[in-house]
Design a protein around this ligand. Structure first.
Ligand SMILES: Cc1cc2nc3c(=O)[nH]c(=O)nc-3n(C[C@H](O)[C@H](O)[C@H](O)COP(=O)(O)O)c2cc1C
Length: 367
């Protein structure tokens, strides 16, 4: 069946065989003591290599950026070697994969950080009523984080650049910086988590510096940013998302990044507002209680709101999603078990259609 999702994409920097990306999804299967990826992760990603682009699960770029048990890192040699197995498996299967750098800031816990206190723009905790933090001993209340000193903010910017270099060393095709969903960069962007009185009280400055540092380290054409404007997740409030993100885009527009990834959820119509203001490639995700659908994705492409659409849960349960779109085939439902942590169950055992195999996406000759 004809679908704009299956058309190739040729952006200024990004060339994809189809417009179906796999969104970053934390699956919590790395070695918890070291943060090194395990071989099963290579199998999982290679199974999904027919995506136009895979974005890896969130990966901590600094030891204090880790947000839960089994979340992988990208700060040391063991991480690079583990990820190299993953990227090789994806490339051998014909795919492309970006690493998502994900510093969680205050959304962590001393039990996750080897006894250290989580860090944040300001010493403001996620308030009660916004869930709990999952640790190896079960869910716990959020703690009050420690405000990063100005020197530590610089160190954290540098940590992103260093992890990005490691990502390229490990064979990733690029890096997507997580600025979405209430984590460290989104905490800086927010009005209630960033009460700083130094230069980083300017809510967009940290994000811009991280993007600049990563782009300087690995090239702007391999650097991407994910944002979720107006998303109140994890107790972050942006009272006027339009003006904040206009300012951010004004600063990023000249940089020629690989792409900007916009998650639309909540009240602010981010895609309609930001698309006309963004000069480069735009990847979109709609986030709501139900998984983003093929119909929503096709509509976003047809109306020009996005160049590429990124699916999370549908790719989790359907390793051969582009083929299923091409064949108009039914989709596997997602199972509750195995979402976070565990072994292969609910991870590498989702069935593919008969005749599907990992390999270049339908109709693809572009790499
Ligand atoms: C199991 C799971 C883990 C996720 N982990 C991440 C993550 O590490 N980084 C991120 O930016 N988003 C993460 N997300 C959000 C997804 O990338 C996506 O934006 C969201 O699921 C909405 O898309 P969907 O409706 O297609 O699933 C996660 C979602 C799921 C379901």
């Amino acid at each position: 069946m004809n679908s704009p999702l299956l058309e190739p994409y040729r952006g200024p920097a990004l060339h994809l065989p189809n417009r179906t990306a796999m969104a970053a999804m934390t699956r919590a299967r790395a070695d918890d003591a070291t943060g090194a990826p395990i071989p099963l992760m290579a199998e999982y990603y290679a199974q999904r290599a027919t995506a136009g682009l895979i974005v890896s699960e969130g990966i901590w770029p600094h030891r204090l950026g880790k947000g839960g048990p089994g979340v992988p890192g990208l700060t040391g040699q063991a991480h690079v070697e583990g990820w190299r197995r993953v990227t090789r498996a994806v490339h051998d299967a014909g795919g492309r994969v970006f690493a998502q750098l994900w510093h969680v800031g205050r959304v962590s816990h001393p039990d996750i950080l080897g006894g250290e206190q989580p860090v944040a723009p300001s010493a403001v905790a996620v308030s009660p009523g916004h869930g709990q933090i999952y640790t190896a001993s079960g869910p716990q209340e959020y703690v009050v984080p420690r405000a990063l000193t100005t020197a530590e903010v610089t160190e954290t910017v540098e940590a992103h650049a260093s992890a990005a270099r490691n990502a390229i060393d490990a064979g990733f095709d690029g890096v997507e910086i997580s600025g979405a969903y209430g984590y460290l960069l989104a905490q800086f962007l927010s009005d209630n988590a960033n009460l700083r009185t130094d230069g980083y009280g300017d809510h967009v400055r940290f994000v811009i510096e991280v993007v600049e540092a990563v782009a300087a380290a690995i090239g702007a054409d391999r650097t991407a940013l994910r944002v979720s404007p107006g998303n109140p997740l994890l107790d972050t409030v942006e009272t006027d998302p339009a003006s904040r993100y206009h300012r951010l885009l004004d600063a990023l527009n000249g940089m020629d990044l690989a792409y900007l990834h916009v998650v639309q959820s909540g009240k602010y119509a981010a895609l309609a507002d930001l698309r006309p203001r963004w000069n480069g490639t735009l990847v979109a995700t709609y986030d709501g209680p139900e998984p983003g659908s093929r119909e929503q994705a096709e509509q976003a492409l047809r109306t020009g709101l996005a160049d590429v659409y990124s699916f999370g849960r549908l790719f989790l349960a359907n390793p051969d999603l582009p083929r299923r779109i091409a064949d108009d085939a039914p989709l596997n439902p997602q199972r509750a078990s195995g979402m976070y942590g565990g072994g292969g169950e609910g991870y590498v055992d989702y069935p593919v259609l008969a005749g599907s195999s990992v390999g270049p996406a339908p109709g693809s000759d572009i790499r």
